[in-house]
Design a protein around this ligand. Structure first.
Ligand code: SAH
Length: 347
């Protein structure tokens, strides 16, 4: 596999050009081309000699859209092909305030959550920072955006993979995507979702990159949580809450809990009461979502009525909470389901 030019920061590109004896402004031309989602071979103003030299070492197009599904509500789901033949998926959701892209951070995942399709085949490999960035650059360009006038305004790290299990690459991605000379998405418009790798939450809090922290909670006790999320055996809810407080203290950002409603698992009255007790008074928000059923898993979702009744219990109890509208349902698939379906068809 060749290297990935999008892994480099602007300073990294400048160093490369200097090493190659090229003029400094070449770095700017290349960087600007990449930020506009161009392949190396398409970057204007580069000599064919320099392009050739780059292409000997670097992938022309590290992340390629191989199929797009469009929902009647405007949501788009993509299957991306990587240069080693692996497949990842992504989503673009359209809202009044802008477009949110959901990106993957790993091929597969090793966290083993029982409701999630991304983890069905385990972890295949980590994505490099440039492969994560290229998902955004590609979709931004597809929608006519560039680095000044972005089509992708918000980013959520909620595709396949556990971002904090690929910490260094995810951190480089966050630094590169928020860099002022680049595509420059504000950290406030980026949400990182984790199943709760506590030590890494502390590390992230200390990086000075105030992205929104989202925790996949899904249960109110450690025992209950461990039934569907193996990671709960390692990190207790109390430790996660402590890490969230630290995150708030360092970044000033309110944190968010994801809570997927699973029938007969986590959404009775007693769960609502326990959740209120756990979170009341904390600078946080609860995002409810009805489980997207995964064919290979036994877990069942709840009715809309049950979901709204659970939501009402939480808000009456004083929590800030919302039920996430299910979008793009007609094109199928939460987290990992698209890729799983594609691989199942024998690809
Ligand atoms: N590994 C990270 C991010 C990826 S998943 C994490 O655990 O947070 C993004 C969110 O979707 C998580 O909250 C995850 O628990 C949730 N999720 C995964 N599969 C789901 C499904 N089938 N239905 C509803 N939510 C799901």
């Amino acid at each position: 596999m060749k290297k990935i030019l999008q892994d480099l920061s602007f300073a990294g590109l400048e160093n490369l050009m200097e090493q190659w004896g090229e003029k400094k402004f070449r770095a700017k031309q290349i960087y600007s081309g990449l930020m506009r989602g161009k392949k190396i071979s398409q970057i204007p103003a580069l000599s064919s000699e320099l392009k050739g030299r780059l292409l000997e070492l670097y992938e022309d197009e590290p992340v390629k859209i191989i199929s797009t599904l469009r929902s009647s509500d405007g949501t788009e789901k993509y299957l991306f092909g990587l240069s080693d033949g692996n497949i990842i998926e992504g989503v673009l959701m359209k809202y009044k305030y802008g477009n949110t892209q959901c990106v993957s951070t790993q091929v597969g995942c090793r966290m083993g959550c029982k409701f999630c399709a991304s983890t069905l085949g385990g972890l295949v490999r980590n994505l490099s920072s440039g492969e994560i960035l290229s998902q955004v650059l590609t979709v931004n360009a597809l929608h006519g955006g560039n680095e000044k006038d972005r089509a992708v305004t918000n980013i959520v790290l909620m595709g396949s993979g556990e971002p904090l299990d690929n910490y260094e690459e995810v951190l480089s991605f966050l630094k590169n995507i928020t860099a002022s000379g680049g595509i420059n998405v504000s950290a406030r418009n980026i949400s990182l979702s984790t199943c709760g790798l506590v030590p890494k939450i502390y590390s992230l809090a200390d990086e000075g990159l105030p992205v929104n922290l989202t925790i996949s909670l899904h249960q109110v006790t450690d025992e209950g949580r461990a039934r569907t999320m193996p990671v709960a055996k390692k990190y207790k809810i109390a430790e996660i809450l402590k890490a969230c407080s630290y995150y708030f203290q360092k970044t000033g950002r309110r944190y968010i809990f994801e809570y997927s409603l699973i029938a007969e698992e986590n959404c009775d009255k007693e769960h609502a009461e326990a959740l209120i007790k756990l979170l009341k008074g904390k600078p946080c928000h609860v995002n409810l979502i009805r489980l997207n059923e995964v064919e290979e898993r036994e877990l069942k979702t709840v009715t809309e009525k049950q979901a709204y009744s659970f939501l009402e219990s939480l808000t009456k109890g004083g929590l800030s909470a919302t039920l996430r509208r299910q979008i793009g349902v007609d094109v199928g698939g939460a987290c990992g389901q698209l890729r799983a379906g594609y691989l199942k068809k024998g690809n």
